[in-house]
Design a binder for this molecule. Structure first.
Ligand SMILES: *[C@@H]1O[C@H](CO)[C@@H](O)[C@H](O)[C@H]1NC(C)=O
Ligand SMILES: O=C(O)CCC(=O)C(=O)O
Length: 304
């Protein structure tokens, strides 16, 4: 994803400078990368660039016959017109609350309805995932399926890996963060239903989610050692998300959208093993950093 973004930016820069004629852009395989983009993650600068580019592309695409992906892109990119946030969601917020034993109705009223980030300290109570999900668990799980069933949407972040399969094939030493091995941090969405069923034996739907919430399929797993996680970005998904910290400690920087920069503060919050953070990542910009110590393993999903 980052690679796609980088290449996209490079091309955009060049086309702006007039170095690449628009017609040539159609020849590039960037569209292949872009059509994989389901969970769009963009910084505001990239977003402006993407909007500019897609407007040009939209004009250029009309009347021509192209692959599904290229045709899809302007529609997908139109979501980049992120709705302006009502700064009321962050105006008087002094920090991220940490709560325990919260009822679904309180959770809904105090946090979901107001789009306020929150950490639920006992969020994963009773889950065996806390003791079981680690590198070797995922390696074993995914290697039990044929190759085509392993290809999921994959975020390499700063690593050289091009797929989950490749990442799970790293050396044992590196997977254990042994000294002198290259640090790594990756994320992927589980798109394998069989693996999803296995994973679900180790966790439950977070107990505090609104009873009406239906969307409980596990969609994201992030794993890796201390150091930077995701860069500052805002998501372009449908709903708010929960993320359960199963192992390791992750520091989140949560920032208001640019239009609220003068009326709102940004926050930092550390999520410890067993806790669940809930953030509307469509409105709050967020960046993650794994604190020194254990490998961080998280699972999460959107919820409605
Ligand atoms: C897995 O790693 C080994 C040893 O580094 C390498 O030879 C092999 O090609 C890798 N397989 C995949 C699928 O990346
Ligand atoms: O957990 C992380 O490191 C990144 C999470 C994230 O960026 C997201 O869920 O949008």
């Amino acid at each position: 994803m980052q690679r796609a973004e980088k290449r996209f930016q490079a091309i955009l820069r060049k086309s702006k400078l007039g170095e690449i004629p628009m017609a040539e852009i159609s020849q590039l395989d960037i569209s292949k990368l872009l059509c994989k983009r389901r969970k769009a993650r963009m910084s505001s600068i990239k977003k402006i660039a993407l909007v500019t580019f897609s407007l040009v592309l939209a004009v250029w695409v009309f009347g021509e016959k192209h692959s599904q992906c290229v045709l899809d892109m302007p529609i997908d990119a139109s979501k980049a017109f992120r709705e302006v946030v009502d700064c009321g969601i962050c105006k008087n917020l002094g920090g991220v609350d940490k709560v325990m034993n919260i009822s679904p109705s309180d959770f809904e009223e105090r946090y979901v309805a107001k789009a306020r980030p929150v950490v639920v300290l006992d969020g994963t109570r009773g889950w065996s995932a806390v003791d079981n999900f680690d590198f070797s668990f995922f390696k074993k799980l995914y290697s039990s399926y044929p190759k085509r069933k392993q290809e999921c949407q994959f975020f390499p972040y700063k690593t050289e890996f091009e797929s989950l399969r490749e990442a799970l094939n790293m050396s044992e030493d590196r997977s254990r963060l042994e000294p002198k091995t290259t640090p790594w941090y990756i994320g992927w969405s589980n798109c394998n239903d069989d693996a999803g069923k296995v994973l679900r034996e180790y966790y439950d739907r977070p107990y505090f989610l609104p009873e009406t919430s239906e969307n409980m399929a596990l969609s994201w797993i992030f794993m890796g050692g201390p150091g930077d996680g995701a860069h500052m970005h805002v998501d372009n998904v449908h709903y708010p998300s929960w993320q359960a910290q199963l192992r390791g400690r992750k520091k989140w920087r949560i920032a208001p959208p640019p239009e609220c920069l003068y009326s709102c503060k940004e926050f930092q919050v550390v999520v410890n093993p067993g806790e669940i953070i809930v953030v509307d990542t469509n409105r709050w910009y967020h960046q993650t950093h794994i604190l020194p110590g254990d490998i961080s393993v998280t699972i999460g999903s959107e919820f409605d």
